[in-house]
Write a protein that binds this ligand. Structure first.
Ligand SMILES: NC(=O)c1ccc[n+]([C@@H]2O[C@H](COP(=O)([O-])OP(=O)(O)OC[C@H]3O[C@@H](n4cnc5c(N)ncnc54)[C@H](O)[C@@H]3O)[C@@H](O)[C@H]2O)c1
Length: 317
């Protein structure tokens, strides 16, 4: 089976490319490299350096393809607040273009990178897939709009699709070409930022007065390798005319201070931190209910927070 990986030079997409190849899939990549890195593309893999916003690039990338894993898009929450139109253009219009070109090319299978940001501030935790969706920022709103577009597409054009709502993705994969890891600029994710914290530039803890045991926010982390395992299981279980939505996390939460403690243990020194005010729109606790992915996909995350921290740290060397 040939899989088109959009965003295949980014953090999660490049990891997917590596694991898919190791499992015998043929790969094509479409990425404009606005955030990704062309040096992650394995030798011999079909790579179109192009955009979701260009129909010709999409048509070229879809040649000979049986299924799409759609990771490409913009994903910085803060930037989405400053530039909501850009997020709508790339994420929503780009995904619309992809669906239209898939239809024209006769490609009917899709696995999409959605997000926990679709839920917004949860009333009940752990969060189930049927929970209300009230995104609190434009990024989450674009992911919800795409999910809804895919639901409509599966009903009207009969495509087989799955939206995977990731919570916090972390960790790295050691490939034969070296570590595939987060190389975001700016980096907004906690684990790499904690590991890069210095006395001169300590990592900020946004809010230490949340209603949690240690006063810091609690989030659910999933290792990128476990995440891709879920993608492959989702791909293999797609059904025509059906759009499934799955949460992907660990089902457990870690406070910011617990993540810092795990990082201090891994580095062997105390990570410097600085308490800062809460950020607007940050919920206190986000934990996934992952029972649907467990029962319907037979998926189990197996890598814990210590492994996510250790792999990220190893990827720096
Ligand atoms: N990292 C997380 O914790 C997390 C959580 C929830 C959802 N997601 C989603 O997962 C996906 C991958 O995330 P990531 O962390 O690997 O991000 P990333 O920024 O590393 O990868 C996204 C890739 O998309 C490419 N891209 C952007 N705009 C494009 C366009 N117009 N045409 C073609 N390519 C384009 C970028 O160059 C980049 O390589 C994103 O859709 C993101 O919203 C990530």
């Amino acid at each position: 089976m040939r899989v088109l990986v959009t965003g295949g030079t980014g953090y999660i997409g490049s990891t997917a490319v590596d694991i898919l190849i190791s499992q015998g899939y043929e790969i094509s990549i479409l990425d404009d490299c606005s955030m990704g890195h062309a040096d992650s593309v394995p030798a011999g893999v079909s790579f179109i350096k192009g955009s979701l916003l260009n129909a010709g690039d999409l048509a070229q990338a879809l040649v000979g393809v049986d299924a799409v894993m759609h990771f490409a898009g913009k994903s910085l929450v803060g930037e989405s607040v400053e530039k909501p139109d850009l997020y709508h253009q790339v994420n929503v219009n780009g995904s619309r273009n992809l669906l239209d070109q898939m239809h024209m090319s006769g490609v009917t299978k899709l696995v999409f990178s959605s997000s926990a940001a679709t839920y917004g501030e949860p009333k009940v935790v752990p969060i189930v897939e049927t929970a209300p969706t009230h995104p609190t920022n434009p990024y989450g709103a674009t992911k919800l709009a795409i999910d809804q577009m895919i639901t409509a597409e599966s009903a009207s054009r009969g495509i087989a699709a799955a939206s995977l709502r990731y919570f916090n993705v972390a960790g790295a994969l050691k490939s034969t070409r070296g570590w595939l890891a987060e190389r975001h600029n700016p980096e907004t994710h906690l684990i790499p930022n904690v590991l890069r914290s210095t006395a001169e530039n300590p990592v900020k803890i946004f809010g230490s007065d949340w209603p949690t045991a240690d006063g810091t926010c609690i989030r659910d982390y999933v290792h990128v390798v476990d995440l891709i395992d879920a993608h492959i299981k989702a791909l293999e279980s797609l059904q025509m005319g059906v759009h499934e939505i799955y949460n992907l996390g660990s089902g457990d939460g870690y406070s910011v201070r617990e993540v810092v403690a795990a990082a201090s243990k891994a580095t062997g020194y105390e990570i410097p931190t600085i308490d800062s005010p809460r950020r607007a729109g940050d919920p206190a606790v986000l934990i996934a209910d992952i029972n649907k992915a467990k029962t319907k996909l037979g998926w189990r995350p197996t890598r814990d927070i210590e492994t996510m921290v250790a792999d990220t740290l190893a990827s720096f060397s």
